[in-house]
Design a protein around this ligand. Structure first.
Ligand code: ADP
Ligand code: MG
Length: 319
């Protein structure tokens, strides 16, 4: 079996773009340009909790980086560097080959340098730390939402949760739907360009990792405001539309995790800019409601009547 150093060299050491000293020393060295803040986030994926232990390694390599890049996107920042701490049950070279391919394909797309990490034997666990830069005081935070702001969501929500429901055999999607739902679940697309464009004027943002209601709830709490949401405006796929009358369908839409779309708030006067960004980036952006003075989230039906909210968050594997 190859040594830890061999494996790191073969699978994880790639030329870097903007790093003074990368993999191979006790620590990496990077420069933060003057006038920028360092934006740092970490997210761990644990086998049996965030993914099935026999998950496809290429998709895992993509996803462990994608969920981290999504946090940088939600801050409106540019990702630059990443570290990778791995616990592996065995040194399976084929697994590492596909895992690193999935990881580096996404990393090179966003010019992110892998600059270090740690490799150990243990129950499969993947911990990524991502670092990015943002001009001082420009980052999109959770505490900036203002009364009267429009609330927007990118893409469609609920597809990843439908995919999980399908894998758990709670529903039976057809072939085409399965492809769409499993792509949302296994290979989410971090909305980096969108976050950067929004950082020019949006008041607040978050990425949807735990479900719309839970994540929007974080913005409301941090900003000390409330929200009115129009249930019918929530952007969903035709596949989710089929289930929308059921509890499971509603739960996927309102509380389904793992979508990694952005939810953000912006002043009404900026809606032309928001629509221009949607067009330029070819990403659907949907206004789903508005920020109110207080009172948590009220969900309105098409007649403007409040709907009960029993679904508030996403329980891993527990749809
Ligand atoms: P140390 O014992 O000083 O912590 P290691 O032997 O763990 O160093 O790692 C050697 C080098 O390889 C370090 O530069 C470390 O950052 C890098 N490294 C270890 N594991 C990984 C990994 N999974 N991905 C990327 N770099 C790694
Ligand atoms: Mg070490």
């Amino acid at each position: 079996m190859s040594s830890e150093f061999d494996l790191i060299k073969r699978f994880f050491t790639k030329p870097t773009d903007h790093t003074n000293l990368g993999i191979g020393d006790d620590a990496a060295l990077i420069n933060i340009p003057a006038g920028y803040e360092l934006v740092v986030s970490t997210d761990m994926l644990v086998a049996g909790r965030h993914f099935f232990p026999d998950a496809d390694p290429y998709q895992l390599g993509h996803k462990c980086l994608a969920v981290n890049l999504s946090d940088i996107a939600a801050m409106g920042a540019t990702p630059r560097w990443v570290t990778l701490a791995l616990a592996l049950p065995e040194a399976n070279e084929e697994w590492l080959k596909y895992f690193s391919e999935g990881f580096f394909e996404l990393a090179s797309k966003h010019q992110v340098d892998l600059i270090g990490g740690d490799t150990n034997r243990g129950p499969l666990n993947i911990c990524v730390q991502v670092m990015g830069v943002s001009p001082e005081r420009r980052a999109l935070r959770r505490d900036g939402a203002k009364v009267g702001d429009q609330i927007w969501v990118s893409g469609q929500i609920g597809n990843a949760a439908l995919g999980l429901a399908h894998l758990l055999k709670k529903i039976d999607l057809n072939k085409e739907e399965t492809e769409l739902a499993l792509a949302a679940l296994h290979t989410p697309i971090p909305r980096i360009e969108l976050g950067l464009a929004l950082s020019e004027f949006a008041h607040s943002a978050i990425d949807i990792s735990d479900g719309l209601l839970a994540d929007l709830g974080h913005i409301l709490e941090c900003s000390q405001v409330g929200a009115e949401l129009n249930f019918t405006a929530l952007p969903k796929s035709p596949m989710l539309e089929k289930y929308i009358a059921t509890d499971l369908g509603k739960k996927c839409l309102l509380a389904g995790g793992d979508d990694y779309e952005l939810c953000f708030t912006a002043p009404v006067e900026k809606q032309t800019e928001v629509k221009a960004i949607a067009k330029a980036l070819d990403i659907p952006l949907t206004c789903i409601g508005k920020i109110t003075r207080s009172g948590g989230i009220s969900l309105l039906d098409p007649l403007g009547h409040p709907m009960p909210i029993s679904q508030t968050g996403f329980d891993h594997f527990g749809l």
